[in-house]
Design a protein around this ligand. Structure first.
Ligand code: SF4
Ligand code: MG
Length: 325
């Protein structure tokens, strides 16, 4: 299918301590196909949220371009940016913190629609009632305040709000991480139904690999602001190609795909992002690092159809016959 959103050389720098600069996003190249759910994983602080926000132009990129429906988002300003924003929405982690407690649910849900499209009150009311039904709360929820709802219900309000401007692309950033496990499954199912029924494309950011396996079609892994692997979901979970991906999976026993000897747990500290290693950024923690890894920064290259990896020595697929189960 067609590429809906693509980033090229996308970079975000922050001012760090002592006047230095911290590169939060390092020249990210990423294509997201129309209708797919891309799961974005990595340890906290690796740049997942920064990437999601940069794609929505909530964070201003320092360099690079973002192609969305034939337009470079990084060049949009003013009214054109506002209109395009209707197509780009976000579902946040903390539904309570992201919802204004003094306003009614109907006002909260209608806001992106009123702001971006200048919809009439009557149109907004109709859309809000439909959306509250769609997310399973019922139209009558519109007259109430967010604090009257449980965490899972508030996340449904957040989802209805994100959908009110009829976006094409949604970033869900740790959207179920604050919820109980039983509620997580319900909200994940709601999200995947909405993606399918409304033809949405979603970047699903999560530190939780189990959740990503449930919802994503494809997985992208970040480390120190870089994409280090992208792969179809099943390929990724049955045999990650980057040593870091492998270590991430090894840290979740239920998901561990292969024989223990192939799977090294993650050791060592995350390097200071203001002072990253030369060569491969993962080499200070990689059990397979060689001299080459110390001097040469690996490119993100395609090693099999649909799979790209940033490693000089990618891991091979795990033979099915060696599966300990
Ligand atoms: Fe490890 Fe070298 Fe691959 Fe980096 S390039 S992940 S150090 S083997
Ligand atoms: Mg984050």
């Amino acid at each position: 299918s067609e590429v809906l959103m693509s980033a090229r050389g996308l970079r975000v720098d922050y001012a760090g301590r002592a006047g230095g600069r911290v590169r939060a996003l390092r020249d990210v190249d990423l294509d997201i196909a129309e209708g797919e759910t891309l799961g974005l994983v990595g340890e906290s602080g690796c740049g997942k949220s920064t990437l999601g926000r940069a794609l929505l132009r909530v964070v201003e990129p320092s360099a690079g371009r973002i192609d969305f429906l034939g337009t470079d988002l990084t060049r949009l300003r003013g009214r054109r940016l506002r209109r395009t924003r209707a197509e780009l929405q976000m579902v946040f982690q903390d539904p309570f913190g992201s919802l204004n407690p003094r306003r009614t649910v109907a006002d909260i849900v209608a806001e992106p629609l009123l702001r971006s499209r200048g919809a009439s009150r009557a149109e907004a009311e109709r859309t809000v009632a439909e959306l509250l039904d769609l997310v399973g709360l019922g139209a009558e929820a519109g007259g109430r305040k967010p604090h009257e709802f449980s965490g899972g219900q508030r996340q449904r309000i957040g989802i209805a709000r994100a959908l009110s401007s009829s976006p094409r692309f949604v970033v869900a950033d740790e959207a179920v991480s604050a919820l109980d496990v039983s509620i997580q499954a319900q909200v994940l199912n709601l999200l995947s139904d909405l993606v399918r029924d409304r033809g949405l494309t979603m970047l699903f950011i999560s530190h939780d690999l189990g959740v990503v396996r449930h919802i994503a079609d494809r997985v992208a892994v970040m480390y120190l602001g870089e994409i280090i692997e992208t792969a179809p979901r099943d390929d990724f979970f049955s045999g990650p190609a980057h040593p870091y991906s492998s270590a991430l999976l090894a840290s979740v026993p239920e998901l561990r795909p292969g024989p223990p000897v192939e799977r090294q747990p993650l050791e060592g500290e995350l390097p200071d992002p203001a002072d990253p290693p030369e060569g491969c950024l993962f080499r200070t923690r990689c059990p397979f690092a060689t001299d080459l890894c110390r001097t040469r920064h690996p490119e993100l290259r395609e090693i099999s159809p649909g799979r790209r990896v940033r490693c000089h020595l990618p891991l091979g697929p795990v033979p099915v016959s060696e599966d300990p189960q």
